[in-house]
Unconditional design. Structure first.
Length: 395
């Protein structure tokens, strides 16, 4: 759930970017789940999308965010329902709640806008899965989406199946989230939210679908076990770069462009953990299109640090992990990592490089942590990353 960049009701049921909705505005809220969204998703018509939301913290009166941020036409919503997940696309009977937006069951969300719902009268547990079902009655343009969810989304046959308990009318599965961009709650015990901001490593590439074994998931469980629960938002995007937009549009605009919305716009954020830069090394270009240097990447980090500090948010730097880089790129990686460790520009650092490197070959990922491609950690590696975070760094 995002902070003041959300939407207000305009002209009956059309939602457009501008103000925060009045409903529930007085309650202190924390984001418990909020994936970063991009352009380029598929089209839908007269179909229900049922998606899984895995809440990082416990709370009451949840609200959801629907996003048409990257859309080019208004998004007509026919119904939205939230229920507790039983298994797969099956809901626990008796747990359905019709979701309204400024009291409307059928909002229309303007292109470029997001809509935050009214509070839903239910309680959410830490680590609990909810099913959010969105019925889209008319043809949409290309969806605002998160391509690599590493969770299962269910698509229905024709019609509104948002309140179905059983899964019989859900006939296809995908591993992306469509239009669903956030869950926030009035927290039971958590006091703030931490945003894990990064690329495919943070997004959980090569982790098992529906297992919630990304390092931000592991961090949320570690914080809870330590008696210091925090909302943990995974703002990772596969392929994302710090300095430049990715040609594959579903991998997102640069961190410099999306940081304000995807990190600082999250409800209750007090800390950001930044782990990004490996894809800049792979691309090898700076913002002017010239050859990338360590100074270029450091300059990008300095801009993100300035944005965070202006918003009163702590920002923790993560060192770039090893990836068997060629000599020139490895020299940049080492220089950047030395700066992260020693400059004092960040409010602290997590030495993911040291944690994940092969002791026998520090330029490579440690084999027990390798998912198979030499870059992305497996479940054991993801847990090691979460364990490397000094919890006292998190506000």
């Amino acid at each position: 759930m995002r902070r003041p960049v959300l939407v207000a009701l305009v002209a009956a049921t059309t939602l457009a970017a501008g103000a925060i909705p009045a409903s529930g505005a007085a309650a202190p809220r924390l984001a418990s789940w909020a994936p970063s969204m991009t352009i380029g998703g598929p089209n839908f018509t007269n179909q229900t999308i049922r998606m899984v939301v895995h809440s990082s913290i416990a709370g009451t009166s949840p609200r959801i965010t629907l996003s048409n941020l990257r859309g080019t036409t208004p998004l007509a919503v026919g119904a939205v329902d939230v229920a507790v997940q039983s298994t797969m696309a099956t809901a626990v009977a008796g747990t359905h709640h019709t979701v309204t937006f400024a009291r409307s069951k059928t909002p229309t969300i303007a292109a470029g806008a997001e809509a935050v719902s009214d509070p839903i009268p239910m309680t959410v547990g830490a680590g609990q899965n909810l099913l959010v079902s969105v019925f889209l009655p008319t043809a949409t343009s290309s969806a605002t989406w998160h391509s690599d969810a590493f969770d299962t989304t269910f698509l229905s046959r024709t019609g509104d199946h948002s309140r179905d308990d059983a899964d019989g009318n859900y006939i296809a599965a995908r591993t992306s989230w469509f239009y669903l961009a956030g869950l926030d709650v009035v927290p039971s015990t958590a006091r703030s939210t931490v945003v894990a901001f990064g690329d495919s490593i943070t997004d959980g590439y090569n982790t098992p679908t529906g297992a919630y074994q990304r390092w931000p998931d592991d961090l949320a469980r570690r914080l809870a076990a330590a008696g210091t629960p925090r909302g943990v938002v995974d703002a990772g995007l596969g392929g994302n770069r710090v300095l430049t937009d990715v040609p594959n549009i579903w991998q997102g605009i640069s961190a410099l462009k999306r940081f304000q919305h995807d990190a600082l716009g999250v409800a209750g954020v007090k800390t950001v953990i930044l782990l990004e830069g490996i894809n800049d090394l792979h691309a090898g270009i700076n913002t002017a299109g010239g050859p990338l240097t360590a100074a270029d990447l450091i300059g990008g980090y300095q801009q993100l640090i300035a944005q965070a500090h202006k918003a009163g948010v702590r920002i923790i730097g993560g060192t770039i992990m090893p990836d068997n880089e060629p000599t020139d790129r490895e020299a940049i990686r080492q220089a950047v990592n030395d700066w992260i460790r020693t400059s004092g520009a960040f409010d602290g650092f997590v030495d993911f490089d040291h944690t994940m490197a092969d002791p026998a070959d520090p330029h490579s990922l440690n084999p027990p942590y390798n998912s198979g491609d030499g870059l992305h950690p497996n479940a054991t590696g993801m847990q090691a990353m979460a364990d490397a975070v000094t919890l006292s760094l998190i506000s």
